[in-house]
Design a protein around this ligand. Structure first.
Ligand code: MSK
Length: 666
């Protein structure tokens, strides 16, 4: 496979070192498997139907495209549009379910904590508790005689927990956070009939409608996609973010370090990988107890080093400044360092192969969630239970510490890591770019209007083994920065940016156009604002809403000079996120490819039809430069529509800059 070997697998030097080590030791990683296994062409087009046992019916595009009438159909008569729309909808349902089930688990623990049923969790942000309670129509004051007094936070928290949890099972009405959206957006949703009723209901309805022989109109299917995705973004995900902030503390900008070099050769290294912060918060507490530190010392270790991976990493970074070992495509590579004593996993984005890689080293893989166990005999299951969370966290840390003496001599940690600043939220952006006195997004808007900031790019999402690791993320983000577009980021994109040094205030001078450089230097912020994990994309929705509400840039999110992208997306959650951004009015461009090309009419509906209905629409490009160009063009069109466009030159990368970026050195 000479050809495959020449393909750039990553632009991250630490990852490349470990990919090389894996090759030398003949350990299979996703990077080799991506070379060996080609994707199914019909699946890629989205036109393989397997919703009944008469198929799978495969409807690839004919060579040269559809000429004349499209007569393709499955055994039941399902058209390519129906099939692709059903497949797409099921991705939305799975993604919305994953985020929302995370949110449900948080709401359950929140309620247990509020009721005093678990002593290990409490309320850390009372101010936010009261603010969120008000959005849930919960009274936060009581009248005593003539005096109005704040209500007991405990009482408010119980009521909030109950109301939040009820959002999953509601059958009618509207999700309570729907009215957080700009008024015009909320009205549009009502007019279109896409305001979510209850979180579970919308997801179940997608599964029903996409069952064999039910919804046979791709436009009607995609309408339910909007409703279900909105139940994720403005429901399950937003509730998760808000309740996590109240319980664990709202993030504020904080320093951190990222990349495989955060692993310490002389300490116990425990990687916490997955998504839900419920257990990882407790593991942070457990690892700092004298009992665990003494145990580590007795085993010959100089301490206990906790490092995160994937979105759990973002959660514990944002609130505790804990180091991040890497993003999605680095999970096998972290174990290949030989320095990981335990990898603790919960839900989502955990590759099954980590158990196989762990067999080649001493690493203990510990599953912790009843919804996500592993078959491999070398994994152990220590189940999280909120009523004895700290006790279980200690048991997990102990397992990692006791494994330290089993480490082999050939551990090799790449000496590569980068400093970064994370922890930006809707509220902290308001503070940094609006000012504590004004308490709005006024200054941000002002700088968008005067053109120093050309627009806002939300760049988020996964890594994908079909593209060079981190490369497309970085190209898109650097192109935007060069053109004065400030970037809000979450998930694995945030980690790619962190590794490349984009999450520091100093990055502004090196990477940004003059207007954005001036703002970042004046305010002292990085040009890329790390806003958290996948569920924290809800923070981006709230930031966009904050901009609308501050005034001067239209009345709806769809009026703003804003665009979204997921250059290296891979998970179903990304599709749900994309759909809720689109339904919220955001032009959203995905990289890698979307599984809709086999159904051109349905694709056109996503790429154009939705724009007319919702003001937001999908787009796709496998070229990251084109993704950035499309985003900037959209931003400029919005500036023009708002009458705030100025003659300004777009900065284009010359060939040398492109080559350097592709080589990962720019
Ligand atoms: S971890 S969903 S690979 S962003 Fe949230 Fe990264 Fe995508 Fe998982």
């Amino acid at each position: 496979m000479a050809d495959a070997e020449e393909k750039v697998k990553s632009v991250d030097p630490a990852s490349l070192q470990m990919i090389e080590k894996a090759k030398e030791q003949e350990i299979s990683t996703i990077f080799d498997r991506a070379d060996k296994m080609k994707a199914c062409n019909i699946g890629l087009q989205g036109t393989c139907c397997k919703v009944c046992s008469q198929g799978p019916c495969r409807l690839p595009l004919p060579k040269g495209g559809v000429q004349g009438e499209d007569t393709r159909m499955g055994l039941c008569g399902a058209t390519p549009n129906t099939i692709a729309a059903r497949n797409f909808a099921r991705m939305v349902a799975a993604g919305a379910a994953a985020h929302s089930d995370h949110g449900r688990a948080v709401a359950e623990v929140f309620l247990a904590a509020a009721r005093g049923e678990t002593k290990d969790y409490g309320i850390k942000d009372t101010k936010k508790l009261m603010e969120v309670a008000e959005d849930f129509d919960i009274p936060v004051t009581v009248t005593e005689g003539e005096e109005e007094k704040p209500r007991d936070p405990k009482e408010v928290a119980i009521e909030l927990g109950e109301k939040a949890l009820a959002e999953w099972g509601k059958q009618e009405g509207e999700l309570l956070f729907a009215k957080r959206a700009p008024k015009q957006r909320h009205e549009l949703w009502k007019k279109m009939g896409v305001v979510p009723r209850g979180i579970d209901r919308e997801i179940v309805e997608i599964m029903h409608r996409t069952h064999m022989g039910v919804d046979q109109d791709y436009r009607n299917i995609i309408k339910q996609c909007s409703r279900s995705a909105l139940a994720d973004g403005w429901g399950g995900s937003m509730i998760a973010t808000e309740l996590q902030d109240i319980m664990f503390g709202s993030p504020v900008p904080i320093h951190g370090t990222i990349n495989l070099g955060v692993l310490e050769e002389d300490q116990v290294n425990i990687i916490i990988h997955g998504h839900e912060p419920l257990l990882s918060e407790m593991i942070v507490v457990a690892a700092r107890t004298p009992e665990m530190l003494e145990l580590a010392e007795s085993k010959g270790a100089k301490g206990i080093n906790l490092a995160g991976m994937c979105c759990t990493a973002n959660e514990i970074l944002m609130r505790h400044g804990m180091p991040i070992a890497g993003n999605y495509l680095q999970q096998e590579l972290a174990i290949i360092t030989g320095a990981v004593d335990a990898m603790v996993v919960d839900v989502q984005c955990i590759m099954e192969n980590v158990a196989n890689v762990a067999k080649c080293f001493h690493t203990k893989v510990i599953t912790t969630n009843p919804r996500a166990r592993m078959e491999e005999a070398n994994t152990v299951h220590i189940e999280f239970e909120e009523h004895k969370a700290l006790e279980i966290a200690k048991e997990i840390v102990k397992a990692g510490v006791e494994n330290f003496p089993n480490r082999r001599a050939d551990a090799l940690v790449p000496d590569i890591k980068a400093p970064m600043v994370a922890g930006f939220t809707y509220e902290s952006i308001e503070y940094h770019l609006g000012g504590s006195f004004r308490g709005t997004y006024f200054t941000l808007n002002d700088n968008i209007i005067n053109g120093r900031i050309r627009g806002i790019g939300g760049v988020v999402g996964c890594n994908n083994a079909r593209t060079a690791h981190d490369s497309d993320h970085l190209i898109v983000v650097k192109e935007l920065l060069k053109n004065d577009v400030i970037v809000l980021t979450t998930g694995c994109n945030a980690m790619a940016c962190g590794k490349a040094g984009l999450l520091t205030p100093e990055a502004a001078k090196e990477f940004c156009g003059p207007g954005l450089t001036e703002i970042c230097e004046t305010v002292g912020i990085p040009p890329v604002l790390h806003m958290g994990s996948c569920v924290d994309n809800s923070r981006i929705l709230m930031a966009a809403t904050g901009v609308v509400k501050a005034g001067g840039l239209g009345n709806d999110i769809s009026d703003l000079p804003v665009a979204g992208a997921a250059p290296e997306w891979m998970s179903e959650k990304a599709i749900s996120i994309g759909q809720y951004f689109v339904a919220s009015g955001v032009y959203t461009v995905f990289g890698v490819g979307l599984p809709v090309t086999g159904a051109p009419v349905f694709q056109d509906h996503l790429f154009n039809g939705l724009g007319q209905e919702l003001g937001g629409k999908w787009d796709v490009s496998e070229d990251p430069y084109e993704i950035a160009r499309k985003m900037i063009e959209h931003i400029d069109a919005k500036r023009q529509a708002l009458g705030i466009d100025k003659a300004r030159e777009r900065v284009l990368f010359d060939m040398e800059a492109r080559r350097q970026l592709e080589a990962g050195v720019a």
